[in-house]
Ligand binder design. Structure first.
Ligand SMILES: C[S@@+](CC[C@H](N)C(=O)[O-])C[C@H]1O[C@@H](n2cnc3c(N)ncnc32)[C@H](O)[C@@H]1O
Length: 359
């Protein structure tokens, strides 16, 4: 049972009403802050150090028209991104985050380039359990079939979003992966092969089995070729939404990173059953994923909860960022035993370890 509240304790009605206006005008502020960042206006203000810049200064510097600067910067002012001191704009704390924090920039790009337009179809996507917003990027049944062919800048923004989260977590989980000295290791959802490369470089004895959609495995194969590691990996192209698509057996360890959140509970149950069958007796299933209810900080829970509508409108129509208990329940139903859960990895990951009975 989950109990959670994001509002501050004892919030006054007036403050709540302001919050409600922030929601109503949220998309407007989003566009203005993003533009001020992309056009270099925030950077120019930051570079002016303590003195700040007047709108007239910025016009003289050729940064924009008086009208455009006023419209956009006043919205930034309302959001605490800039402040006005005697008619001169200075950077405020939130503006400093927009300018310097990689996670903020990756999220701004992801929301703008992948989600914004398609989210207009959120309601239809929820009703039809299909990613109806995806057609703004391409005609595929799910976003994953189109990953390798996404138009720019959507492609760069999607991979930056995906890799920001997994890359920051991969180095610290290698001791967990190799704790039981696996020789046959299957990476389900191998994507661009980044985990496979790191794992093969970490352990000279391990053989990697990479599972993903065929077009995605072609990218993963290139990554391994470039690193001179291709011979130590086997590719298994599979669409795991096909319940008949079995996985190769005899695995010491199955690895899934940010994978199950791409699927509905029904599909997850089926994938976990096939993963359990692929394991040798005593084999391990390691799941690295994000669970909004297992976060130490509300900032992480907020970002994760608000990633779910992307899954609905753009990715699959029926997946989301789940609570940790969902994975545990489904893995146990597949006959696996929970060994432990380690939270607080990278920005927001948890690592779940399950094992198959030794018989
Ligand atoms: C969110 S990405 C995660 C990738 C990587 N494991 C990581 O941690 O960065 C999900 C991966 O699952 C793959 N995938 C999605 N749907 C799939 C399906 N039906 N069958 C096989 N792979 C699928 C995608 O192609 C993608 O590589």
């Amino acid at each position: 049972m989950t109990t959670h509240r994001f509002s501050p304790p004892g919030q006054k009605a007036f403050a709540a009403r302001f919050e409600a206006q922030r929601i109503a005008f949220g998309p407007v502020v989003f566009h203005c802050v993003r533009l001020a960042w992309k056009r270099g206006w925030l950077q120019a203000i930051a570079d002016s150090a303590g003195e700040g810049l007047s709108v007239a200064d910025m016009v003289t510097q050729g940064l924009g028209t008086d009208y455009a600067l006023r419209v956009v910067l006043e919205s930034c002012l309302s959001a605490g991104v800039v402040a006005l001191e005697a008619d001169r704009y200075v950077l405020d704390k939130t503006g400093y985050c927009v300018l310097t924090d990689t996670m903020t920039q990756v999220h701004l790009d992801f929301i703008h380039d992948i989600c914004y337009e398609g989210l207009m179809k959120l309601e239809a996507s929820l009703d039809e359990e299909a990613p109806r917003g995806l057609s703004v990027l391409g005609e595929w049944p799910t976003l994953y079939e189109g990953l390798s062919r996404l138009p720019e800048p959507a492609k760069t923004s999607w991979f930056a979003f995906d890799h920001l989260h997994s890359d920051t977590s991969f180095p610290s989980i290698l001791p967990d992966v190799f704790k039981t000295e696996p020789l046959q290791l299957m990476d389900i959802g191998a994507n661009t092969g980044k985990f496979a490369r790191v794992a093969l470089q970490h352990d000279a004895k391990v053989h990697l089995h990479m599972v993903d959609l065929p077009q995605q495995l072609a990218l993963a194969e290139m990554t391994l070729k470039e690193a001179g590691l291709r011979e130590r990996a086997t590719l298994h192209p599979r669409n795991l939404l096909d319940t008949q698509a079995e996985l190769p057996g005899g695995m010491d360890l199955v690895w899934m990173s940010q994978f199950l959140s791409c699927f509905s509970e029904g599909a997850m149950a089926s994938i976990l059953q096939r993963a359990a069958r692929a394991l040798k007796p005593g084999g391990q299933l390691l799941i690295l994923d994000t669970f909004w209810d297992r976060q130490r900080y509300d900032i992480a829970a907020y970002c994760l909860i608000n990633t779910s509508p992307y899954f609905t409108a753009m990715a699959s129509g029926n997946s989301k960022i789940y609570e940790g208990s969902v994975y545990i329940r489904l893995a146990q139903a597949a006959g696996l035993q929970l060994q432990d859960v380690r939270d607080g990895i990278g920005y927001s990951h948890s690592l779940m370890r399950f094992s198959k009975a030794a018989q």
